[in-house]
Design a protein around this ligand. Structure first.
Ligand code: NAP
Length: 485
């Protein structure tokens, strides 16, 4: 199946932090792929902006190296990279000073779609907004893209929203959560709301429980200092896992329009129950068996109480979901890199095949990584003679296979999201009130363990997390799904 590429109108994208890690690993390769596909046209421009002094030529060299290292596409032909690099410029700008701002302002073309990507430390977001305004670039042609983390609690998120709102309308602010840009996550909405099959069953009457797992094999790497201030709750649950939960749990919006979708997500967050202490397990990875650093070494803080793993059981108080547990877990240095949402349906009310046929139930698994796709486990007769034995088999839809040769090149989340910014479509971006509601739910949970002085338990690297996390689900008579790639 050949995917249709609809070119976007010519744009200028200014990447503040153009020399940084995120720009090099994600943003610039994503733009290159959109250029290769023909979606980003020859008239569009990408302007790197950062504190260090580079010529445009030096920056182009940096971009070329980043694409060489991080672009995985096989579809671009020779010469395309040179054409892409011609679209690139650089300005040396200090977010906290006057340097470079007039040059940047002079480069802008009036009337053209203009996006400013804030790929810098969050402490600079306010400065950038102020200076864009002071130099006449915060007009109605402009949009800003804001990276995570969006605050570290309700108070800071609110302050940041207020700062941005001084110069930009909510319709101009794109708060990125790259999980929402994943093909599978959008397919979750297509499957739910585009098929008759699932929606009638999508409630506590037919769904036994839901599991959301985001497991990584890596440790905190070079981000120790950031991670110790954040922990898995702030870094992963408050944004990514919460967004996934919202898409699973929300009511069908009246139409697929940004505010209709975000209104429904907001209602889910507001209906989330507070999580009691006994329904949370926090962990820190210990040293590898063969030795090496543990979590405390990696964050360089022997007294760190932040968590590299968290599992929780939460519930939603509304008509659709009352009584259905949502189990969330995320962690580092686990046994596999695997992210999935699993909707576990209830068993049939009565088995006509008798107790010897065993217990069976349908499971819809939405795989975010690796192999983005979906499985639906259905129960069938085990082939062959010998009576009516039942077996569960997956109906597998791996997008790369299902979509044919072009499907192998399913666009990366950043490609889709940046193009949405240019098109002015905010559906897959978080609204200010959504972010605040998410913090309003998260804050008391964090305050709870901080005020008690709880310490995370230690778990073995390469495991599924702490034993206590297994118990969290076992005591409800359920079990976690295997973490496997
Ligand atoms: P980084 O590698 O430390 O890069 C920071 C960038 O900011 C550099 O380009 C730096 O320019 C620029 N900068 C610093 N101070 C500046 C100033 N006063 N004026 C103008 N530019 C300045 O950071 P990063 O990892 O790319 O992260 C950027 C943002 O994305 C952060 O908010 C981070 O939380 C978020 N994020 C990152 C990732 C990731 O995988 N890296 C993932 C999700 C979210 P110079 O090099 O010239 O100093």
């Amino acid at each position: 199946m050949v995917s249709r590429v609809i070119p976007v109108e010519p744009f200028d994208l200014v990447i503040f932090g153009g020399t940084g890690d995120l720009a090099r690993r994600k943003i610039l390769p994503a733009l290159f792929r959109r250029f290769c596909s023909g979606q980003m046209g020859e008239e569009s421009r990408i302007i790197g902006a950062a504190r260090s002094d580079h010529t445009a030529g030096e920056f182009r060299q940096m971009v070329s190296e980043a694409i060489e290292e991080f672009n995985t596409t096989t579809q671009c032909e020779g010469g395309t990279l040179d054409a892409f690099l011609e679209r690139i410029d650089y300005v040396h700008v200090d977010a906290r000073g006057e340097e470079g701002w007039q040059t940047l302002s002079d480069m802008m073309i009036p009337g053209r779609v203009r996006a400013f990507y804030f790929s810098v430390a969050p402490s600079l977001f306010g400065d950038l907004a102020e200076r864009l305004h002071a130099h006449g670039m915060a007009d109605s042609d402009s949009r800003i893209v804001v990276e995570k983390p969006f605050g570290r609690d309700l108070e800071t998120a609110r302050a940041l929203n207020e700062t941005l709102a001084r110069h930009f309308d909510e319709s101009q602010i794109y708060r990125i959560d790259h999980y929402l840009g994943k093909e599978t996550v959008q397919n979750l909405m297509a499957v739910r709301f585009g098929n008759m099959l699932f929606e009638p069953l999508w409630n506590s009457q037919y769904v036994d429980h839901i599991q959301i797992t985001v497991a990584e094999t890596v440790g905190v790497g070079g981000r120790g200092e950031y991670y110790d201030r954040s922990g898995a709750m702030r870094d992963m649950v408050q944004n990514h896992l919460m967004q996934l939960l919202c898409l699973i749990a929300m009511e069908p919006p009246a139409k697929f329009d940004p505010d209709a979708v975000r209104d429904e997500k907001l209602k889910v967050i507001r209906a989330l129950d507070p999580v009691e202490t006994g329904n949370i397990v926090r962990g820190q990875y210990g040293p590898e068996r063969k030795g090496g650093p543990d979590y405390l070494d990696d964050v360089e803080n022997p007294r760190a109480t932040s968590e590299s793993f968290i599992a929780m059981r939460t519930t939603i108080s509304n008509w659709r979901w009352a009584g259905t547990p949502f189990y969330l877990r995320t962690g580092k240095k686990l046994k596999a890199r695997a992210s999935e949402i699993a909707v576990i349906f209830k068993e049939t009310p009565h088995s006509i095949f008798g107790p010897e046929a065993g217990r069976h139930r349908n499971i819809l698994t939405i795989r975010l990584q690796p192999n983005e796709g979906m499985d639906l486990d259905v129960t069938i007769k085990e082939p062959g003679p010998g009576g009516m034995r039942l077996v569960d088999v997956p109906l597998d839809m791996t997008f790369a296979e299902a979509l044919g040769p072009d499907g192998e090149d399913v666009p990366d989340a950043y490609e889709r999201l940046i193009m949405d910014v240019i098109r002015g479509n905010q559906t897959l971006f978080m609204r200010g009130d959504e972010v605040e509601a998410a913090w309003a739910w998260t804050d008391p949970i964090i305050e709870g363990w901080e005020s008690r002085g709880d310490r995370p338990v230690t778990y073995e690297p390469g495991s599924s997390g702490p034993e206590d996390a297994l118990a969290l689900v076992h005591r409800d008579g359920r079990r976690w799904r295997e973490i496997r790639a």
